[in-house]
Design a protein around this ligand. Structure first.
Ligand SMILES: [Zn+2]
Length: 330
């Protein structure tokens, strides 16, 4: 009996650990979701709070580690909070990788397409893989995930991938989303969830400067915060990154996104457009079934690297780590 008790306790502890390690808690009754900026201190660690919300009577924060660029959701009551304006926070955290990445994104805000952080870790061999889940009637292109898992299972597990997700895709692809969450939970892949706006509107006729999020009448507040809430309801942890639909933005929009505390991430290797990946590239493919050409290119790239992968000379990098490493100590 004693043995059995011990055994069940062990199972309990182990399963408890698994849940926290790949925490996918769903917040189903969110109210008062808002931007909220504060230094949040607990046990000598200084997190940066960027959102506050209520769920079933408790107040929660979305917290950013300004050095590691990791995020987490936690109860506000656990922290000593010093609220500040975003401008003050930028000064307060000015030496962090987080603030440096925001500044760099703002400096690269001039072009209409592909602003933001475009590459990381130039000295490393390998790339950072990002796949976009724009609204689509087609199912998830699962080949991407099975291919990276198969190629890297002996050398890198879980294998990191950043997925830029839209509110509409989440609503229309629940089964695919469950499949992704399961891979993530089993530790086969590690997903960094990137905000890709809620509606991702696009016009075939409008010029870029009035297209995507630049379309007149766009409610940027909803596009950002509505997506985050949908992520939390679906058990996804919002990261500190944002990807512009169509990679289209202007200076004003970049500053607006930075004011939400989010780092815009571009790409220097959109494979379906024929851009060749270099060491340290942030590669862009589409996971929503709309760009099979880009996925084919990526799978061929993986195959061509089989030997280097086996020797750990060509790897996939975690977006948080690539951006953080690029800006730390600079
Ligand atoms: Zn998109």
């Amino acid at each position: 009996m004693k043995q059995l008790l011990k055994y069940s306790l062990l199972i309990f502890l182990l399963s408890g650990y698994a849940v926290t390690a790949n925490a996918q808690v769903s917040y189903l009754k969110i109210t008062n979701y808002q931007t909220y900026y504060a230094s949040a201190k607990r046990n000598n660690t200084d997190w940066f709070a960027i959102r506050k919300f209520e769920n079933e009577g408790k107040i929660y924060l979305l917290l950013v580690d300004p050095d590691e660029l990791e995020t987490k959701i936690d109860e506000a009551a656990q922290y000593t909070l010093s609220p500040m304006f975003m401008a003050q926070a930028r000064l307060y955290y000015q030496k962090s990788s987080y603030e440096k990445a925001l500044r760099k994104a703002e400096q690269q805000s001039k072009s209409i397409q592909d602003a933001g952080i475009q590459s990381g870790m130039p000295s490393e061999t390998g790339v950072t893989l990002t796949a976009d889940l724009c609204p689509s009637v087609r199912p998830l292109d699962r080949r991407i995930f099975t291919a990276i898992f198969e190629q890297f299972k002996k050398v890198e597990q879980p294998v990191p991938i950043a997925l830029s997700i839209t509110g509409i895709w989440m609503r229309q692809h629940q089964q695919d989303l469950e499949w992704l969450k399961e891979m993530n939970m089993k530790g086969e892949i590690y997903i960094t969830w990137v905000n890709h706006s809620y509606n991702h509107r696009v016009s075939k006729t409008q010029p870029l400067k009035q297209n995507f999020l630049l379309e007149p009448g766009t409610d940027v507040n909803f596009e950002v915060l509505g997506t985050e809430q949908a992520m939390l309801k679906n058990g996804l942890l919002p990261s500190v990154f944002f990807r512009f639909p169509g990679l289209v933005s202007d200076k004003q929009l970049i500053y607006k996104i930075a004011d939400f505390g989010l780092i815009p991430v571009g790409s220097d290797a959109w494979l379906a457009k024929g851009q060749q990946p270099q060491s340290g590239s942030i590669v862009l493919i589409h996971g929503n079934g709309n760009e099979p050409v880009g996925v084919n290119d990526f799978i061929s790239l993986l195959k061509s690297k089989t030997k280097s992968i086996a020797k750990k000379q060509w790897l996939l990098y975690d977006l948080r780590e690539s951006v953080e490493t690029t800006f730390e100590g600079k």
